[in-house]
Design a protein around this ligand. Structure first.
Ligand code: HEM
Length: 534
């Protein structure tokens, strides 16, 4: 008989269905029907027991929710099985009400189905309930771990890894070899994060970074199944029965790497180049710290950083390069801008050049708008509240569709068109819009929250500055150094337009991932590592 952990998705769905049938009758017979009358947001017709779950099957969650919002409006309500209600937000004006007036009420996240048992779930920061631990870690993240000083401090690590990445591309270019840019970018962002976080080895047979890359990939796959287990309501811990062994095995492998690195950090004593693990160990040992972190808290936080920060940045760089290859005039405009700041044939573009490259920043923002790496963010309501006059009760799950908000035609002209200029004050301007959010006035004193690739409010992404830093410089360097030719089978007629990058999106998961990795040929335009160029 197949072990429970090897159940296919279909078998898993049927098992869930069976458990609902059983549990609904048990619970209804014990507790009866709720009596309180609430004014809920509109809702599509539901099926018995499963509610609206069938409407979410077969496609990426953001796509299914976006489609439903076109029929049912920017605020609607879905029933996920008999126990869970999910309210879906799909417009900038409602998101503004959530993130501004009700930010505190929506500052919890739904808990994972196997909480406390694996993946350090109970101790993680990403899923931590709003409370003493989350507030302590948020402050630590913003002031030390992911703050500007630490980002500055780790600049040389990012540059070293970027040079390694570019050298690989120069190598392929010399051999006229196609490069799988998607895979190489994932390796690059992972290596950078591993080194910045805990000075991990990124090359050789025992590369810790390679092991972590594999673990992060497995965690992401498992994570989406564990979130599904949430619809089992009071029985959600049963999903531990199905995926618990896998999750524990994964945690143990990750734990072994971290414990080894922790020991190395303690043995090496005080170091000049403090990484995140050094800072976390210091806080862990600090008897006077506002919150007493456990060893598990430290490890869980580092795991969160890897899961939240590596594939997201790699995906955005890959989408940006795909759009630039498909829009040669934008590629040229960006390269001209870089040359105007850095000069020709002198040096590699650096992080410090980015503030002088507004078009680069606009290109990256436009990619983040069109291809959010996390397309839907989930929150949970901490207390009864109202949105647009509708009742949202405590524990209701809130799905904020960042994709829909950033494609809202009421706010964005031609939202499906890639047009970086929209982020500049005027078409040929060299000035970016001042605020992160696109400037639209809701009232004279309340601006609309409509640019949300990193979410918003207190649970917004604490890694956005690091992400912008990595993405901007990497794109600038790739454009400065290489021209790109898309794989075309070699028989391409030179009178025709060059082949385009396939922009299809993978039909699963929480974000917009490219269905096909970007495979193309780098052609050297400028090599800053050639003699006398650095
Ligand atoms: C392009 C890159 C990235 C994107 C698009 C992105 C996007 C997001 C989004 C949408 C959220 C949820 C926000 C919300 O609920 O309002 C989030 C949360 C988070 N992100 Fe990022 N992120 C990126 C990079 C990073 C990096 C580099 C790190 C750290 C190294 C990071 C760490 C986190 C953490 C820890 C949270 C949880 C925050 C909390 O619950 O309080 N992210 N991110």
């Amino acid at each position: 008989m197949a072990s429970l952990s090897t159940l296919t998705n279909t078998q898993y769905y049927f098992l869930c269905l069976f458990i609902w049938v059983l549990s609904i009758f048990l619970l209804r017979s014990v507790f009866g029907k709720p009596t309180k009358k609430v004014h809920l947001p509109p809702s599509p017709p539901a099926l018995p027991l499963i509610g609206h779950l069938h409407l979410l099957a077969g496609s990426s969650i953001y796509k299914s929710l976006h489609k439903l919002s076109l029929q049912h409006g920017p605020l609607f309500c879905l029933r996920l099985g008999p126990y869970r209600t999910m309210v879906v937000v799909s417009s900038a004006s409602i998101a503004t009400e959530v993130f501004k007036a009700n930010d505190l009420a929506f500052s919890n996240r739904p808990a994972l189905a196997i909480e406390d048992k694996a993946l350090y779930a109970g101790a993680g920061f990403f899923n931590a309930p709003y409370g003493k631990y989350w507030r302590f870690m948020k402050k630590l993240s913003m002031t030390q771990l992911l703050g500007t000083a630490q980002i500055e401090h780790s600049r040389s690590i990012r540059r070293e890894e970027l040079v390694q990445f570019l050298c690989k591309l120069f190598d392929s270019a010399q051999r006229r070899e196609l490069v799988d840019l998607g895979t190489e970018l994932m390796r690059f962002t992972n290596n950078s994060t591993c080194k910045m976080a805990m000075s991990a080895k990124v090359s050789g047979d025992s590369s810790e970074a390679e092991q972590i890359r594999a673990l992060v990939k497995e965690s992401l796959q498992l994570g989406s199944k564990l979130y599904l287990g949430d619809v089992l309501g009071p029985f959600k811990r049963l999903s531990f029965w199905m995926y618990g062994k896998k999750a524990i095995d994964l945690t143990m492998r990750y734990d072994a790497i971290l414990e080894r690195l922790w020991k190395e950090h303690e043995e090496s004593g005080k170091r000049d180049n403090e990484d995140l693990m050094d800072i976390l160990i210091k806080v862990y040992k600090d008897e006077k710290a506002e919150f007493k972190m456990t060893r598990t808290h430290v490890k869980a936080f580092l795991l969160d950083l890897f899961i939240a920060g590596t594939s997201t940045s790699a995906d955005i760089i890959q989408w940006t390069m795909s759009e630039l290859i498909n829009h040669p005039q934008m590629f040229k405009k960006l390269r001209d801008e870089i040359v105007s700041v850095v000069g020709t044939g002198t040096r590699l573009v650096e992080e410090m050049d980015v503030p002088n490259l507004p078009y680069l920043q606009a290109v990256v923002k436009e990619t983040l708008r069109m291809y959010p790496a996390i397309a839907v963010t989930a929150r949970e309501c901490r207390e009864d509240c109202k949105i647009k006059g509708y009742d949202i009760s405590q524990n209701t799950m809130l799905a904020i569709n960042l994709y829909s908000i950033m494609r809202d035609p009421k706010v964005w002209d031609n939202p499906n068109e890639f047009r970086p200029e929209r982020f500049l004050v005027s078409n040929n301007s060299k000035v970016l819009h001042k605020h992160q959010n696109h400037e639209n006035e809701l009232t004279s004193h309340q601006s609309l929250i409509d640019f949300v690739p990193f979410g918003a409010g207190r649970r917004g992404c604490p890694g956005s500055t690091l992400a912008y830093t990595t993405i901007n410089q990497t794109i600038a360097a790739i454009v400065q150094c290489f021209d790109w030719k898309v794989r075309d089978g070699g028989d391409h007629d030179h009178d025709q337009a060059p082949p385009k990058v396939d922009m299809e999106v993978e039909n699963s998961g929480f974000g917009l991932t490219k269905a096909q990795s970007l495979v193309c040929l780098p052609i050297v335009h400028f090599n800053p590592f050639a003699a006398n160029s650095m």
